[in-house]
Write a protein of this length. Sequence first.
Length: 439
Amino acid sequence: MELHDSMRTIRRNWIVIVAILLAAIAAGVVYSASVKPQYQTAGQLLFTPTAEATSTQEVVQANAVAIQMTALYSQVAVTPLVLQPAIDDLALDETPSDLAERVAAGITEESPVMFVSGTADSAQEAVELVNAVMDSLLATIDDPENGLQSAVPLKPTVLQEPPLVDLPVTGAPIVNILIAFAAGLAIAFIVVVLRESLNNRIRGARDLHKATDVALLAAVPRDRAVRTRPLLFTAKPLTAFSESFRLLRQRIPAASAGLAPVIVVSSPEYGDGKSTVAANLALSLAEAGRRVTLIDANLRTPALARVFGVDAAGGLSDRLSGDVGAAVGTTVSANLTLIPTAQLEGDFSEHLESTELAEVLDRVRRTSDAVVVDAGPLLPVADGAALAAHADAYLVVVRAGHSKIADLRQSLEALKSLGAPIAGIVLDAAPSRGADAIE
């Protein structure tokens, strides 16, 4: 993943990351408040042969014995034989098995150097514990009744006294918080990777480019005002929203051989914003001086009559039902004629594949410079696909944060199988801020 993509991923998931880190830090604080600090220190003992060696072989043998005995002593150091006297010396209220959990001993890399470590509730108690264990060990070794004397006489030396430590090994607030922060980063990384890998929605233009190689014709920025004023192109003509439709109209084919191009606008599912895109695209084309006919061919859930505030009577639905005088159209603004429709009963696909619709399209193409058709969605019903045969340019609308990547791919495959002239994709409600903002 490139640095730019990594930063975008962090920006997209920053709320999740911050929430996890704050929760981890809070857990570290709570843990620190509930756990008593523990201090640990360690001392070192050196066991050296005292007998004079007369040859190199004797030196090697003596050192080998010293190492072997030091290893043995490290095991004896955590047995009741050594720990009980230390308990008695310190007047501890615990058993040797309990104390063995706080004491450790071992040798350093096959050498006659032995370490003894101890953990206690305070730094001073840790020092006293290690000293008591080392003193008890030396006394136990020195007692002939224990049978721990070496075949080669060894001299014990305190190589290092246990130091008085400043910071606890567990329960230290700063250490615990740092550990919790690191754990939080790891958890946040896993969560973000899972969120990104499981994401199935189109959030911005980059997701579109990864999902398909079909061209992105325009990204319509998100504007909340469109909810109450769908015809935002005329309501707010100097905004980025309107400029996106001016850009889109430049990529719409012009009339040829005296016939206006039929631009079919559809989407994978309901709620992707295709009717809003179709209406504002028609207004944009009309603004440029083209004679535009906008047809509502969404026979199941028509919306354009309501959007433009006209009566749907005498519209496309009446023409498809046999009224030859219907579908004349209503002028709704300069250069723009709307042919609305009412909800129609029966076989919708059959209506859209009928000769009546072909006749309507043939007529308006001869009197217009562009024909924009608002079609039904592609996946839940066959209505959008039924209009593919009439299209000169097919626009697929997807809505940022709503449309699914798999649905877009399935829709495009369906159109390609029908030989539809896919002009490109329009990204509706594209974010203007954040990680997925329009660039």
